[in-house]
Design a protein around this ligand. Structure first.
Ligand code: PLP
Length: 607
């Protein structure tokens, strides 16, 4: 064999899609070691799903020998199976997986597959030496659905980008690719902003994502319907839970943030509710930054109290105070904004994540103002990211929306704080989401329980507008940042302006954090102080001609607001000051117009 053809050992931390596809398209008979008869168990889910895709499932479990699972006879061990088996799928612990891999070699199997959470490198090496292919710490159901176009129904990042129509749920003849291929290189941010989640429509070939304006979806037959309701197969039931247009947006946002999956919602506020819903029980609390969007302070501090969810607000610049506040069994999350609205303030995400993880709780970052183009909180240790997609992601001031992105990295079973995810969930037939779905658990819960039972679903039309908006996110953010830098520099020198709080200015106390977390620019929303206080602030918003006086940010148009008399007026004077929304504060969201025109309008209004 020429040296270049020598088999290269596969990287078990980073399988090329072609390697997994080659396995899934070549095997037909799969022995499931550790198969269960209970339909709520992960092995049953997986077996039922793959059986539906045409694979023969052979259950192996000594305790159930000679009984039946899914119409197939159960064998006590691999060696008892009287016919050839292509693949052995192991639902046992990592230690037990070694001897089973060796047995798989002995019975002549071609593939050893260890489930999510199962890894035995010695067993893998022995099997590979005997010429078998090995996959560890993966679920074939998830891989099949990811690679054959089904996973996106719940907004998971498939990491598949293609301009070809995909035949959903069927491995094709083209799948036997070179298994020795190098690990895949992830497509660039700009490419993902345009393509992630959006292959051409499988039936019509439509290249722009269609608006699936439908409330419900037909079932193939009674068993398909039952499997969908049991979460044993991927697909749509009813648009309160999932919708194909919204799923494209969900996958796109997950991809851009570097998350595992996303649940989109009707607004940014409902995204915050859905992010907390799986974590909080009545009597629990979260710790949140004092510097949040005013609506979030009211939502956390007042409205969520009616659910029995409490909130302790802390200045997140004071890390000792944060550490103290989260150190409580009833604390379930730490929440901050990457770039805070309205203040031009930046959170030290890495430090906050370390504190949150020390207390066994997730760090949730509202990344609305930065967008994933400027800051990706998951790269710095955030576990969940929330968005008001109403702002820069949709970008044109024409569609409300929200998103909850799960990094897929938080271990929901590490303590007893998160029973909704880690224990049998009474709202879903006693399924344990963490055990059944692994790193897809949070996003699956978000749809199957959160959206199903609370109902704040994004409209498909709004998903379509937001998908279209995101296509130009990189270009827009670059221009937003360039214009904001010019406007901030102008205001910084204006005699009627007492201060400018823009982390892009070198004089800002957050400048060093901005360089670390937002190297591409500190966004385009910031605050400045007017001499003359409350009354002067109100006069400016009345005098602007080009800038729009309204309560929104992240539009193509430049927007201006006096927070003390509008978004933050429900807060006490103390809370307003702590949130960076005192009487003299003006908030500006710099748009994409000619920078000189924005400056000229501010000049006449300030004059
Ligand atoms: N988070 C931030 C930073 C916001 O600016 C907003 C809205 O202004 C929200 C959340 C709430 O989003 P929505 O208005 O889409 O409900």
């Amino acid at each position: 064999m020429a040296e270049s053809e020598a088999p290269r050992r596969i990287d078990h931390d980073n399988y090329p899609d072609s390697y997994i596809k080659d396995i899934l398209s070549s095997v037909r008979t799969i022995a499931v070691v550790g198969a269960s008869q209970k339909w709520t168990r992960p092995s049953y889910f997986m077996a039922k799903y793959l059986q539906g895709k045409g694979y023969r499932i052979v259950p192996v479990n000594p305790g159930l020998a000679d009984q039946e699972i899914l119409g197939e006879k159960v064998y006590a061990s691999l060696k008892d199976i009287p016919f050839d088996v292509d693949m052995v799928d192991i639902f046992r612990n990592s230690e037990a997986a070694g001897p089973i891999a060796e047995e798989a070699v002995e019975i002549g199997a071609k593939v050893v597959w260890m489930q999510l959470g199962v890894r035995n490198d010695a067993g893998a090496e022995a099997a590979e030496k005997a010429g078998l292919k090995v996959v560890m710490n993966r679920c074939p159901k998830i891989e099949f659905s990811r690679l054959y176009g089904e996973l996106s129904w719940h907004g998971f990042d498939s990491n598949v980008i293609s301009s070809k129509r995909r035949a959903v749920g069927t491995p094709g003849a083209e799948e036997a690719e070179n298994p020795k291929a190098a690990p895949q290189k992830r497509a660039g941010f700009e490419t993902r902003a345009i393509h992630a989640g959006a292959a051409p429509d499988p039936t019509t070939g439509a290249r722009s994502t269609p608006i699936y304006q439908t409330t419900a979806y037909v079932f193939d037959d009674a068993d398909h319907a039952a499997s969908l309701f049991n979460l044993q197969t991927f697909g749509n039931i009813y648009s309160r839970l999932s919708n194909p247009t919204t799923a494209v947006l969900e996958e796109r946002i997950a991809s851009l943030e570097g998350g595992r999956g996303t649940t989109c919602t009707a607004s940014g506020h409902s995204a915050q509710m859905l992010a907390l819903f799986p974590l909080m029980q009545p009597g629990d609390f979260l710790v949140a930054s004092t510097r949040l969007y005013g609506g979030s302070i009211t939502q956390f501090g007042k409205t969520f109290k009616k659910f029995g969810w409490n909130c302790t607000f802390v200045d997140v610049d004071d890390l000792d105070a944060v550490r103290k506040a989260v150190d409580d069994p009833k604390c379930k999350a730490l929440f901050a904004e990457s770039l805070a609205n309205p203040g031009g303030v930046i959170s030290d995400i890495e430090a906050l994540s370390e504190i949150a993880h020390g207390a066994g709780v997730p760090l949730i970052i509202d990344n609305t103002m930065a967008t994933p183009y400027l800051c990706r909180p998951i790269e710095y240790g955030a576990d969940l990211v929330v968005h008001s997609t109403t702002k820069f992601l949709s970008g044109h001031g024409n569609a409300m929306g929200g998103a909850v992105v799960d990094s897929g990295k938080f271990d929901w079973g590490q303590n007893d704080k998160f029973p909704s995810l880690a224990e049998p969930e009474p709202a879903y037939h006693g399924i344990s989401f963490w055990e059944s779905f692994g790193d897809l658990a949070f996003t699956t819960y978000g749809h199957a329980v959160g959206l199903r039972d609370l109902g704040p679903t994004m409209a498909p039309m709004n998903a379509y507008l937001t998908i279209t908006g995101i296509e130009t996110l990189p270009l827009r953010m670059e221009r937003h940042v360039a214009n904001a830098a010019k406007v901030a520099a102008y205001l910084d020198k204006h005699p009627a302006v007492s201060w400018v709080s823009y982390a892009g200015l070198e004089s800002s106390r957050y400048h060093a954090l901005a360089r670390k977390y937002l190297p591409g620019g500190a966004g385009s929303v910031f605050t400045f102080g007017v001499k003359g206080g409350y009354a002067a602030g109100q006069r400016i918003v009345e005098n602007v001609e080009l800038l729009s006086h309204l309560a929104n940010i992240g539009d193509t148009r430049s927007l201006i607001l006096h927070p003390a008399s509008t978004t933050h007026r429900q807060l006490t004077e103390e809370q307003r000051a702590a949130a960076g929304a005192g009487d003299d504060v003006m908030r500006i969201s710099v748009g994409l117009e000619t920078a000189d025109d924005i400056i000229a309008d501010l000049d006449q209004a300030l004059g």
